[in-house]
Design a binder for this molecule. Structure first.
Ligand code: PLP
Length: 468
């Protein structure tokens, strides 16, 4: 990561200082402007340091208007208070903070129950910094299991992981970091996620697993996990290959159990070995927490598990980090306790209602075509109608930004690189009232957009940066 952008001519950029920031004497107290890329020589009073940092952060976007992110941007003040009270707790110090460790264990047990593990006594689970770390852990477990089964051929044989091209970037990272070949099922026509049959066809004796996503970040759709398992059952009957499935439920594993109880996607399917979710997405906690669960001890090879002291004994841990904040795990427990099943159901249903209501209104405008309608994840993607030539989705995204709304526009991957979309992620805190204001802003923009001579965005790559 470059620490500086561009050539360092002065290398000595300094903060500009408002004379008022001098606590007593506006002329004298703030005479020295602190450097920005070098440790200042001298300390300064805390209130001045605080003000200087705040001034700079003022230009960050307003998180509540960020409809690009899946990550929680609003929690109750009580949750904020609890997190502040726990900010000194290190999650790895199980022995020093045994109650925090216990709350982590309870959260994992609640998720195991929610996701229908066959035997809670043998299921394994842990908190992580997010789904990315959880996916690394789950992927490592798949790889290790495959390596053990193929000890006579590995090293030598090259392991692969089968998934849709719509996977989140963490799976590209997993494959790059752990030297696993990604085998990607492309999009096709109006299918924007994994096709079970195509996935089964990509599997061979070196496939460590198949990833199913609930739901896709590209359009909010759920991948057909049960059909995927059925296709792999058929593959096993034909070839003897027994390929486990990991469900990336970063968002959907905290939506489907409350809103789509009849959808079978979790440990009820014997082929599902592990599931992850982001506590900080529809788990409704501020950034910094995820969860990974394994069906049973067989699904998580023992040699990957390390032990730390805990109440005179030891406690198994599985993590990439050592030290990590405990506050997010406490906040997750708070939220589980606070909402319960029906509370989660109400919150997720409200988000789905906003998404479906807004999607329907956008369709009614007549200038857009919906790809999804917010009835799976509370997320929908849409593109311009075929007869729209004056503007494109990148223009819409840029113009909405003028009113503070962050609605990402991006191009789909193979084989739909011809398709560019806008996506709206509805979360707790994005109310029907806020959605109404966004709709008014969009409707006001449309006449101007229609008067454009043609799409104005030149660098469409630049517009794709913030959709993951
Ligand atoms: C967000 C997301 C991830 C990455 O999760 P983080 O918690 O941000 O690390 C992985 N997979 C899917 C499907 C996601 O939506």
């Amino acid at each position: 990561m470059p620490l500086h952008e561009g050539p360092r001519t002065d290398g000595e950029r300094r903060m500009s200082v408002n004379p008022f920031y001098g606590p007593a004497n506006p002329l004298g107290d703030m005479a020295g402007a602190p450097p920005t890329h070098r440790l200042p020589d001298l300390p300064m009073p805390p209130e001045i340091a605080h003000q200087l940092v705040r001034d700079e952060l003022m230009l960050d976007g307003n998180a509540r208007l960020n409809l690009a992110t899946f990550v929680t941007t609003w929690m109750e003040p009580e949750a904020g208070l609890l997190m502040a009270e726990c900010r000194d707790k290190n999650m790895i110090d199980k022995d020093e903070y045994p109650r925090t460790a216990e709350l982590e264990r309870r959260c994992a047990a609640m998720l195991a129950d929610l996701w229908h593990v066959p035997d809670p006594a043998t299921a394994m689970g842990c908190s992580t910094t997010g789904s990315s770390e959880a996916c690394m852990l789950a992927g490592m477990a798949l790889k290790r299991r495959w390596a053990k089964r193929n000890a006579d051929r590995y090293p030598g044989a090259r392991p692969n992981l089968v998934m849709g091209i719509n996977v989140q970037v963490c799976w590209d990272k997993f494959c790059a970091f752990w030297e696993v070949e990604p085998r990607l099922v492309p999009m096709e026509g109006e299918r924007f996620h994994l096709d079970p049959q195509a996935a089964a066809e990509l599997c061979d004796e070196n496939t460590i697993g198949v990833v199913g996503i609930l739901g896709s970040t590209f359009d909010g759709s759920y991948e057909p996990v049960a059909d995927l398992c059925a296709a792999l059952d058929a593959l096993q009957e034909r070839t003897g290959l027994d390929i486990p499935v990991h469900v990336d439920g970063a968002s959907g594993a905290m939506v489907a159990p409350f809103l789509d109880e009849d959808l079978v996607w979790d440990f009820r399917l014997p082929r599902v070995a592990s599931i992850n979710t982001s506590g900080h997405k529809y788990g409704l906690v501020y950034p910094g927490v995820g969860w990974a669960l394994w069906r049973d001890a067989d699904a998580l090879p023992e040699e990957l598990v390390f032990r730390v002291n805990y109440l005179g004994g030891d406690m198994p841990t599985f993590a990439l980090n050592f030290s990590r904040p405990g506050a997010q795990v406490v906040a997750q427990y708070y939220t589980f306790l606070r909402l319960g099943r029906t509370g989660y159901q109400a919150v997720q249903q409200a988000a789905r209602d906003v998404a479906m209501g807004m999607a329907a209104r956008i369709e009614e405008l007549g200038h857009f075509r919906l790809l999804t309608r917010g009835d799976e994840l509370p997320v929908f993607a849409f593109t311009t109608a075929p007869d729209v030539t004056a503007y494109d989705v990148f223009d819409v995204s840029r113009r909405l930004r003028e009113s503070g709304w962050q609605v990402p526009a991006y191009t789909f991957p193979a084989n739909r690189e011809d398709l560019s979309v806008l996506r709206v992620v509805c979360r707790s805190g994005f109310t029907a009232d806020l959605a109404e204001i966004l709709m008014e802003d969009l409707e006001r923009l449309l006449p101007e957009l229609r008067r454009q001579p043609g799409p104005l965005t030149r660098d469409t790559d630049a517009a794709t940066g913030f959709h993951h």
